[in-house]
Design a protein around this ligand. Structure first.
Ligand SMILES: Cc1cc2nc3c(=O)[nH]c(=O)nc-3n(C[C@H](O)[C@H](O)[C@H](O)COP(=O)(O)OP(=O)(O)OC[C@H]3O[C@@H](n4cnc5c(N)ncnc54)[C@H](O)[C@@H]3O)c2cc1C
Length: 414
């Protein structure tokens, strides 16, 4: 049997391996630097909070087909909780305004502007969508839209979307990458834009059952193995995977998928890549049940530091993307500010039982036009080695959907 090595057990590596184990002529070996699968998608029992938390809120929409396919084949699709409508409530901390971003079912209605939109933005949204659709690869969201930063449409709609999707504000984020996400969600109408939450946690829903299924199908999983390089000249098949502590030969006819984060991939393969990941902060507040129930399952916030609140059971988790400045501040101060903002939004004191601030320092690359252009392609200079991950060249910014698609594309290439 030919052997395929998959290096990196994030969602891209798991998705690739799940395809490869279906092939009777292949044996699959996974290698992971840390002690666990999942990479940047992680759930863990937090001692201070006394409950299971995710490393960070992950916004997934009903149009994310690869996420649903993944959950279906690992038997967890019932753990994906689909909101009944494509509606996201928002509060503007600066003015106290409240509205619900509610997408109509049909894309035609989207352009007709007959949807509930942030105050003061209504008339211009069809124009904004048209400009985004026409934007070139070098354009930022702000340049494509051509609006002043304090225009209500920028502040209340495009800025939160840009931060959530691109991990970059409109002045930096790539219009083409935001468009790619909208084309797979909002621009397909409300049916493709319903928020999806994972009440059982990211790990139990997307990671652990995938790892267990791979083991049952005979894949070998090795943890604590950090890849540092490849042996062999570019242009010819690589002869070995070089790990810290030893080499694993790649026999003639065998192959490898490197499902590594952007920086590790660029270091090992040589090449620019989209650069260092940017921080995303998540503050988790465990609350008395009645306080937690004041929040809807997902709440968008503008005009402050906090950007999204996700409710899971009695825990409210608050996200700050593009969090370079906040990540440099004392954690206690950031927690206090986020708590105050959520109290303002919900109109009640929270009285948390416990709180935890989690900073993912290299959460995702900021999807700027330069970073999108610098991504590495799936094919490498070694014909038996392909690259997978949320950062591999393609239309999408760094997302779960992009990581899963990339993993499956790499498996097809093998
Ligand atoms: C806080 C946060 C919030 C996010 N929010 C969202 C969101 O709202 N919606 C969304 O869709 N996406 C979101 N994302 C992005 C999403 O989590 C990622 O795009 C996705 O998980 C990337 O998967 P991956 O397999 O490409 O990479 P990774 O998950 O990084 O997997 C790579 C694996 O390779 C391992 N590895 C690294 N170096 C080596 C080495 N040298 N040798 C061997 N193994 C190695 C790592 O340990 C890891 O297990 C968020 C990410 C974070 C961190």
């Amino acid at each position: 049997m030919r052997r395929v090595h998959v290096v990196g057990m994030g969602l891209a590596g798991l998705a690739a391996a799940l395809d490869l184990v279906e092939r009777p002529d292949l044996s699959v070996q996974l290698h992971e630097a840390t002690s666990r699968a999942g990479g940047r998608v992680r759930s863990f029992e937090d001692r201070r909070l006394g409950t299971l938390v995710d490393n960070g809120n992950h916004l997934v929409l009903s149009g994310n087909r690869a996420v649903f396919d993944h959950a279906r084949r690992i038997g967890t699709v019932d753990l994906l909780e689909l909101a009944e409508t494509a509606a996201l409530p928002f509060v503007d901390l600066a003015t106290g305004a409240r509205w619900t971003l509610r997408l109509p079912d049909g894309p035609a209605d989207l352009f007709a502007g007959t949807w509930a939109v942030p105050p003061g933005t209504g008339a211009g949204l069809a124009r904004d969508l048209a400009r985004l659709l026409a934007a070139g690869r070098a354009a930022t969201v702000a340049r494509a839209l051509g609006r002043a930063p304090d225009h209500p449409a920028m502040r209340l709609l495009w800025e939160p979307l840009s931060l959530a999707v691109l991990n970059a504000p409109p002045g930096e984020g790539a219009a083409a990458a935001l468009r790619a996400v909208l084309l797979r969600s909002a621009l397909r109408g409300g049916r493709a834009s319903r928020p999806v939450t994972m009440p059982s946690g990211l790990g139990p829903t997307l990671v652990d059952p995938a790892r267990d299924l791979l083991q049952r199908r005979g894949a070998a999983l090795r943890t604590g193995r950090r890849l540092t390089g490849l042996r062999g000249d570019p242009g010819r098949p690589a002869e070995a995977l070089v790990f810290r502590g030893g080499e694993v030969p790649i026999a003639p006819g065998d192959a490898a998928i490197l499902a590594l984060p952007a920086e590790a991939a660029a270091r090992i393969l040589g090449g620019p890549g989209p650069g260092a990941g940017r921080p995303i902060l998540n503050a988790h507040f465990r609350l008395p049940a009645e306080a937690a129930s004041l929040s809807p399952p997902i709440l968008g916030l503008t005009g402050g530091l906090a950007q999204w609140v996700f409710r899971r059971g009695d825990v409210l988790s608050v996200t700050v993307s593009a969090a370079d400045a906040a990540a440099a501040r004392p954690p206690g101060e950031v927690l206090a500010q986020l708590r105050g903002e959520v109290e303002t939004a919900l109109g009640a004191p929270l009285a948390p039982v416990a709180a935890r601030l989690l900073t993912e320092h290299a959460a995702t690359f900021a999807a700027t036009p330069a970073a999108m252009a610098a991504r590495l392609p799936m094919r490498t200079r070694w014909p038996n080695v392909v690259l997978a991950g949320d950062h591999v060249a393609g239309p999408l910014p760094a997302t779960i959907e992009g990581a899963l698609r990339s993993g499956r594309a790499a498996a097809r290439a093998i």
